[in-house]
Design a protein around this ligand. Structure first.
Ligand code: FES
Length: 551
């Protein structure tokens, strides 16, 4: 008798008593660890998607884990038949957008002025000698997201990209959104979220094809909460009204003159050169973080004459609107639905995810799966496409109800388990969309313009890169503007972090730019709730005057 174990999409049969870690090793799956299965490092995380009842009860060393997360070295098969599905936080190659496209500035067109320089064998950081080395000198850029982490390694003397890496943020065991992480970190007191992430970063850095000791600077872009947790700061204030990072509060009290951060790599538990600096890009305000700041650098908004909007859709959607004369910004707490979270068959953009859906007039459905294998779930771009197609074919109404009266709609039944969309999934997606729409409405109203007044609408981020524009416009996820004004630029935040890594001038430009950005606090706008409710409906998003003029 054995349990059918699907581990990172690989199948095996596991008998009672085997640990998930041992099963992974037998399947050739690498599980992050620094303690060799002793239950001490807390890195061997797995997320159990199905069959939790066939596993041993959580051991004391797993007491810190929420939801369906387990430590694979402590968790054993405790049944004789059934199916268990689980995965590590570093499964396969995530379809995380590592590069950015069609940006006004990229690190490859930049004048190189890194903070780390050399004279012969002497290595300097901001002019102070920190090491001696004849070999190449390197720097790292990181986009630290709530859901995913992207790293890029660069040669600081040539600007060349040496390698990049990406993985799911292992801090998900502390909750899927920033508020849950703040709650977890504030109640934990041992900096476990930071330590776990540092363990994953260490493994990723050690896999790079260079000596980690040749890495002299790390530049971090990330939302305010992720950045501050990484720098081991107190994040409690950013979870409470008026939602300010401790760095903003200290700046208001005259204790610092910037919200950017600088720390020592060793203190942050990173295995790079012990003299290396870790620089956290400045945040804009509240939850509008260093990732939005990095996007501004990549879009060169400081020198932009045209009127542009930047929208990075994610668990926390960032919005920026303006040009070199005036800039507004907002953060929308959309939640993880468009990244596949809290949706029954949702999953990240990994092999096995449905990424495209088409429905024919006769009701038949065709799907495209990442990697062309069997479908295992549906990712964000697939969900947007599906909603757009259901709406276009009259199979779902604008309120998100299925017209056939059913509560769930089967998308694919060819795989071992049926993939479907339920009305409660649609509800989750509607609410995520509602938060984004409310943000767009508040920011554009504050600026005093309509959507059609924009010259360019940048859709940043990996999710935005893969969206079908027509489906996105049809359901009202993005404004209903001319397609020619929309640019899907990919991961602009990592590009911005690279620019800051390679150019002290650009870094200084950003330090002053963030101080000029006006933060629109959505929660204080009297119309926010009305906009949110309207935004939960699936219909094209037009300016208020235009939509009022519609028959
Ligand atoms: S391997 Fe370290 S806690 Fe499981």
């Amino acid at each position: 008798m054995s349990v059918e174990l699907h581990f990172n999409q690989k199948l095996s049969h596991a008998s009672r008593g085997s640990s998930l870690f041992d099963c992974a090793e037998a399947l050739g799956i690498k599980v992050p660890t620094s303690c060799r299965k002793q239950g001490k490092c807390k890195e061997c995380l797995v997320e159990v998607v199905e069959g939790m009842e066939l596993l041993s009860p959580p051991a004391p060393q797993e007491a810190h884990l929420k939801d369906n997360f387990r430590l694979s070295c402590s968790c054993r098969i405790d049944g004789d038949a059934g199916i268990v599905r689980c995965h590590t936080m570093r499964r396969g190659e995530m379809r995380i957008e590592r590069h950015a496209l069609e940006l006004p500035v990229t690190h490859s067109t930049l004048k190189l002025e890194p903070a780390v320089t050399r004279a012969g064998s002497r290595i300097f950081l901001d002019g102070e000698e920190i090491d001696k080395s004849e070999g190449p000198i390197h720097g790292l850029a990181m986009d630290l997201g709530t859901t995913t982490v992207v790293l890029r390694l660069l040669n600081l003397e040539t600007g060349e990209v040496i390698a990049d890496s990406s993985f799911e943020n292992p801090q998900r065991f502390g909750g899927s959104d920033v508020m849950a992480r703040i709650h977890y970190d504030s109640g934990d007191g041992t900096k476990l979220l930071q330590r776990t992430l540092a363990g994953y970063l260490s493994h990723a850095i050690e896999e790079f094809p260079v000596d980690p000791q040749s890495i002299y600077e790390l530049v971090v872009a990330g939302n305010s909460t992720m950045r501050d947790i990484f720098f081991r700061l107190n994040v409690y204030p950013i979870g409470q009204s008026p939602y300010r990072s401790i760095t903003e509060l200290e700046m208001a009290d005259g204790l610092r003159n910037t919200t950017s951060l600088a720390d020592n790599a060793k203190r942050l538990l990173l295995p790079i050169n012990s003299k290396a600096r870790v620089y956290g890009l400045p945040i804009i305000s509240g939850h509008v973080g260093a990732d939005a700041a990095a996007c501004m650098l990549a879009m060169d908004i400081a020198n932009e004459q045209r009127l542009v909007a930047i929208m990075d859709i994610g668990t926390n959607t960032e919005l920026i609107l303006g040009n070199r004369d005036r800039i507004l910004a907002a953060s929308c707490p959309a939640g993880p639905a468009f990244e596949g979270g809290r949706v029954s068959c949702g999953m990240p953009g990994l092999p096995g995810a449905i990424e495209k859906v088409r429905i024919q007039p006769n009701g038949s459905m065709t799907i495209r799966v990442i990697g062309d294998g069997a479908a295992e779930g549906i990712c964000g771009s697939g969900l947007v496409d599906l909603l757009g197609e259901l709406l276009r074919n009259g199979l779902m109404n604008g309120l998100g109800r299925f017209e056939n009266g059913e509560e769930r709609l089967v998308i694919d039944s060819q795989s071992d388990s049926e993939i479907y969309l339920s009305e409660s999934d649609v509800n989750e997606l509607a609410q995520a969309k509602g938060a984004n729409v409310a943000g767009l409405r508040v920011v554009f109203n504050e600026y005093g313009i309509g959507f059609e007044d924009l010259d360019l609408f940048y859709l940043a981020g990996g999710f935005g890169r893969h969206l079908d524009i027509e489906s996105s416009k049809r359901i009202g996820l993005i404004p209903d503007i001319q397609v020619s004004k929309i640019r899907q630029v990919g991961n602009a935040a990592i590009e911005g972090a690279c620019i800051a890594l390679l150019s002290k001038t650009k870094r200084a430009e950003l330090e002053s730019l963030v101080k000029r950005v006006v933060h629109c606090r959505l929660e204080t706008d009297p119309n926010f709730f009305d906009y949110f409710v309207e935004g939960c409906q699936f219909k094209p998003l037009q300016s208020i005057e235009s939509s009022a003029a519609q028959p």
